[in-house]
Design a protein around this ligand. Sequence first.
Ligand code: E4P
Length: 213
Amino acid sequence: MKFFIDTANMKEIEMAYELGIIAGVTTNPSLVAKENVSFEDRLREITALVSGSVSAEVIALDAEGMIKEGRELAKIAPNITIKVPMTPEGLKAVHTFSKEGIKTNVTLIFSANQALMAARAGASYVSPFLGRLDDIGQSGVELVGAIAEIFAIHDINTEIIAASIRHPQHITEAALAGAHIATVPYKVIMQMFHHPLTDKGIESFLNDWNNRT
Ligand code: E4P
């Protein structure tokens, strides 16, 4: 399973990218709104640094509007992936983008049937939202497992991005359930580093080194 970072914050992207573990970036309108910058300028900055997939979400709700917006966003850099919501209009847009060779990420996936339809429309990625499903008492990880199984049975190449990640345990479980990618907030990336025995081990090695005879 690969890691994307789920943010529109340049500092977080730079810091995570330096770690060498980040293969792409996902943004959404809520994340971009926090930044108080032009969306297009921010996408230029991100794609100048990151060569992997960078998801940019359309705002329009009708297929025609999504296609217009997506085509413009795709001109910014060859690694822009157009993020489209899971609706009938969204899938019409995905179908058009796929014929034009524009990569797509179908977002707000909450069921296996939604993922299967998105894949059949030509989506490059589907994004099941783990945390938001957990919030309503359903298992986001089980959904990832079901999608992974269906895609394997039917030989579907669409990649699964585990999204709405809230804590490190989501990452391990998504990897075991067959997600190809997890898109992770910066805070959770940093949480994944920590283990009390790692900290304790570093401390005791340093103590022994400093007290050597
Ligand atoms: C995915 O691409 C979304 O941007 C994101 O993971 C949503 O996460 P949230 O449920 O924490 O807002």
